[in-house]
Write a protein that binds this ligand. Structure first.
Ligand SMILES: *Cc1c(COP(=O)(O)O)cnc(C)c1O
Length: 433
């Protein structure tokens, strides 16, 4: 039996897959809120290539050779593993596979978009990228990618996370990222907030505003986002394209495919190439998005135009949203606490192609620990959401005797997020909501 299905470097996909060419209905465009000019701001804040890709209609977009080579150099294609010990522990006839995005140097899928974003910025003569980070994974990936192509990188990290997660700042510094606790003294908005309240804990909304302000005021600085937007979903599709070849090698067709959903990028990357087949009428695979019950965007939010940030600074996107002023309870899966969702993932959910579900914090940690004890890898708190539902699906197969093929995306490892596991063992883990 082949427990680990690998591909060689030259099997890194040559194109990104753009699902905008195949959507069952048109994606609603972003719009300005009244009296404001945010779309014009976007043109100043983002690289030309990112904006071009955001609205591109070509089904396949060529990956520049230099980017393809960087993907190879960081170890892509990533392996596909069969979870046989987990299957045995569950005593299920189901076959469980997981695509390992934790094997990336920064430990998650985020580098798949950080690399092309940094590459295009460098090509356009940009000197420095700015971004925000909450949990820390995106800031880590962008720090490394910027360093790889010779750009400076400034990361605004929400002050509470900055104080709680010194290891995250440390690793960004190792990759030569410049990390500031947000609100900071660097920007006008930061100084204003600190003048009103020197102890302001920060928020993702404030950090976005600081990172964007720098890009709007300086021609050689651009802003970069790690999820939600179409071009980020696009870059991540190398995951699903590799996975297709790997499943063919394993002679398996997926019956159920699962990913966790924060802003939607690892889900999009893993599932979109397979959702294409369903849109084309060639597949009846079931696609499941898993979110925390503490931040139930797809399962309980409304499908509406809303801002991307708390301050109403960005254009409005049509998406599932809990409202831009929604503040999620502090669950350990920091990457799944966003109030909105990728507009494409939202549309596909509304049209019935993706089935959303939610899971409680205690239950996902149970699943993550069971996984670690059988497969050996400690999953990121975000990833445990996908594991929980994969286990549930495998247990259903035990009831029915079906030998389904279950495939989930292993979005990242949890070696820098051990705090959640510590609370689990201390018995202080809250089952928020
Ligand atoms: C950022 C992150 C997520 C959530 O973001 P998506 O854009 O929804 O993929 C999930 N898992 C890991 C490990 C992450 O770093």
């Amino acid at each position: 039996m082949n427990y680990k299905i690998t591909l060689s470097s030259d099997e890194v996909p040559k194109n990104w897959y753009n699902i905008l060419a195949d959507l069952p209905c048109e994606l609603p465009a972003p719009k300005n809120s009244e009296g404001k000019n945010q779309i014009a701001d976007l043109e100043k804040a983002f690289t030309k290539e990112a904006l071009k890709q955001e609205f591109a209609q070509d089904r396949y977009i060529k990956i520049p050779n230099e980017v393809r080579e960087l993907y190879m150099k960081i170890g892509r294609p990533s392996p596909l593993f069969r979870a046989t010990r987990l299957e045995e522990a569950l005593n299920t006839p189901a076959k469980i596979y997981y695509k390992r995005e934790d094997t990336s140097p920064t430990g998650s899928h985020k580098l798949n978009s950080a690399i092309p974003q940094a590459y295009f910025a460098k090509k356009e003569g940009v000197e420095r990228l700015t971004t925000e980070t909450g949990a820390g994974q995106w800031g880590t990936a962008l720090s490394l990618a910027s360093n790889m192509v010779g750009l400076d990188c400034t990361v605004y990290m929400v002050k509470v996370s900055f104080n709680q997660k010194p290891d995250r700042k440390n690793i960004m510094n190792i990759y030569d990222g410049n990390v500031f606790a947000s609100p900071s003294e660097n920007t006008e908005i930061g100084r204003k907030i600190l003048a009103d309240n020197p102890d302001h804990p920060g928020s993702l909304g404030v950090a976005i505003s600081e990172a964007m302000e720098e890009a709007l005021l300086n021609d050689d600085v651009k802003y970069s986002l790690g999820s939600v937007l179409n071009h980020v979903m696009l870059h991540q599709t190398i995951i699903g394209q590799e996975l297709k070849v790997q499943l063919e090698k394993a002679e398996k067709e997926p019956d159920v495919m699962i990913a966790c959903a924060g802003g939607g990028s690892n889900l999009a990357g893993c599932l979109f190439p397979f959702i294409k087949d369903k849109i084309d009428g060639n597949s009846d695979t079931e696609f499941i998005a898993v979110e925390p019950s503490a931040c139930p965007t797809l399962t309980e939010g409304s499908y509406d135009y809303d801002f991307g940030d708390i301050n109403g600074f960005t254009p409005m996107l049509k998406m599932f949203t809990l409202g831009h002023d929604f503040v999620a309870p502090s669950v350990h899966a920091g990457g799944l606490r966003y109030h909105g969702m990728s507009p494409i993932v939202s549309l596909l959910t509304k049209e019935g192609y993706i089935t959303p579900t939610s899971a409680h914090q205690k239950d996902v940690f149970d699943a993550g620990i069971m996984f670690a004890r059988n497969e050996g890898i400690v999953p990121a708190p975000e990833t445990t959401h996908a594991i929980k539902v994969a286990i549930d699906e495998a247990l259903k197969c035990k009831e029915t005797g079906e030998e389904k093929t279950i495939v989930f995306n292993f979005s990242g490892h949890g070696m820098l997020d051990l705090k959640g596991y510590a609370s689990y063992f201390e018995g202080t883990l809250q089952n928020a909501k």
